[in-house]
Design a protein around this ligand. Structure first.
Ligand code: NAD
Ligand code: TYD
Length: 350
């Protein structure tokens, strides 16, 4: 292993993955972290990385849609592995303005694939990080397997589905060594507070309304972010080239259950005797258009073939997550400026 290109390494999962990689005893290379630093990319997610990495982490601010800039990076570094996280990742934003999703998620992935093709003789792996949302929505029963047909319902999931198909086609057509992972909803440290869990934690701490879409009965299958990172690393090391692996922790919960759990834990961890139960902050709001009812992922292929197992239950993971947001007030304060505030204003205060 020489230089691993990590795209989107300043985002939520990318940053957690870089921290994870640096603690892996069997990783000896350098990390070339390429990130455009959109509203979701936050250098604070990697604060202290220089001391920890001892020069093995190199950050380059670049847009994966900029083919020339990306080509220069491939000239400069001896990249043999690509782990591709960079994406526009929030469904609500994709409904509001899909254009950036088409550019980054589809055109950006295409650019990377073209570079991988050009440098194929030194490339040992292109790992593409994707989502279970490409499979669409489930009814009351069943779960997504790697054989489930793609039926994306939002511009976000459609753009990720498109990128998955491009990656697969490059493996078939150009014999590129690829793996793809499709993971369920993540939560944990460094998640930008537009997604359900950090939004609810921060709003509940500030005694702001907790906006639950529709009935709150939609189901997501939650996975602690470190478990996602360990799964990706397992696939990168042991996965069969050309294969797709589903990642999930078999932790289905209705949104309303998640929100109530956060309220109850915060009541215990940060008691406010003069304020009623935080559950009183729950506010049902207009549903998301095309809101997928249920996701549930079957990760038995990854577990049986590669021996990966998740380590956190929702109970342990959510406590760690809440504690992280309580312990990292500076991170929270800094993130609550600029683009985040503008987004919140548009969403809930108009
Ligand atoms: P995120 O929005 O927190 O981070 C995305 C990162 O990509 C940011 O650092 C951003 O600056 C960067 N980026 C965006 N556009 C870019 C561009 N054009 N060029 C370079 N960098 C760019 O997203 P996340 O939640 O960390 O998700 C990472 C990946 O994992 C995505 O591909 C997403 O589809 C996938 N995924 C996410 C989840 C989840 O629950 N968050 C679940 C499954 C899969
Ligand atoms: P989200 O975190 O945006 O992830 P995704 O849409 O990719 O699954 O949303 C998780 C679930 O929570 C989803 O069913 C939508 C719902 N939700 C709310 O009810 N209120 C909110 O404010 C947000 C952001 C999400």
């Amino acid at each position: 292993m020489r230089d691993i290109l990590v795209t989107g390494g300043c985002g939520f999962i990318g940053a957690n993955f870089i921290w994870h990689l640096l603690s892996e005893p069997d990783f000896a290379g350098r990390i070339i972290n390429v990130d455009k630093l959109t509203y979701a990319g936050n250098p604070d997610n990697l604060a202290g990385i220089d001391e920890k990495s001892l020069g093995r982490h190199i950050f380059i601010k670049a847009d994966i849609c900029d083919a020339k800039a990306m080509a220069r990076i491939f000239e400069e570094f001896d990249i043999d592995i690509i782990c591709h996280f960079a994406a526009e990742s929030h469904v609500d934003r994709s409904i509001e303005s899909p254009g950036a999703f088409i550019q980054t998620n589809i055109v950006g992935t295409f650019n990377l694939l073209e570079l991988a093709r050009l440098h194929k003789n030194r490339l040992t792996l292109f790992h593409h990080v994707s989502t279970d949302e490409v499979y669409g929505s489930l009814g009351d029963d069943g779960s997504f397997t790697e054989e489930t047909p793609y039926r994306p319902n939002s511009p976000y999931s459609a753009s990720k589905a498109s990128s998955d198909h491009l990656v697969r086609s490059y493996a078939k057509t150009y014999d590129l060594p690829v793996t793809i992972s499709n993971c369920s909803n993540n939560y944990g440290p460094y998640q930008f507070p537009e997604k359900l869990i950090p939004l609810m934690i921060l709003n509940a701490l500030e005694k702001k309304p907790l906006p639950v879409y529709g009935t709150g009965l939609n189901i997501r299958d939650w996975l602690y972010v470190n478990d996602h990172c360990s799964a990706i690393w397992t696939i990168m090391k042991k996965g069969t080239r050309g294969e797709t692996y589903n990642i999930g922790g078999r932790c289905e919960m209705q949104n309303i259950e998640v929100v109530k759990t956060i309220c109850d834990l915060l009541d215990e961890m940060v008691p406010e005797p003069d304020f009623g139960p935080r559950r009183d902050l729950i506010t049902f709001v207009t549903d998301r258009p095309g809101h997928d009812l249920r996701y549930a992922i079957d990760s038995s292929k990854l577990q049986n073939e590669l021996g990966w197992v998740p380590t956190e239950s929702f109970n342990t993971g959510i406590k760690k997550t809440i504690q992280w947001y309580l312990d990292n007030k500076k991170w929270v304060e800094r993130i609550k400026t600029g683009e985040y505030m503008a987004w919140m204003k548009r969403q809930y205060e108009s």
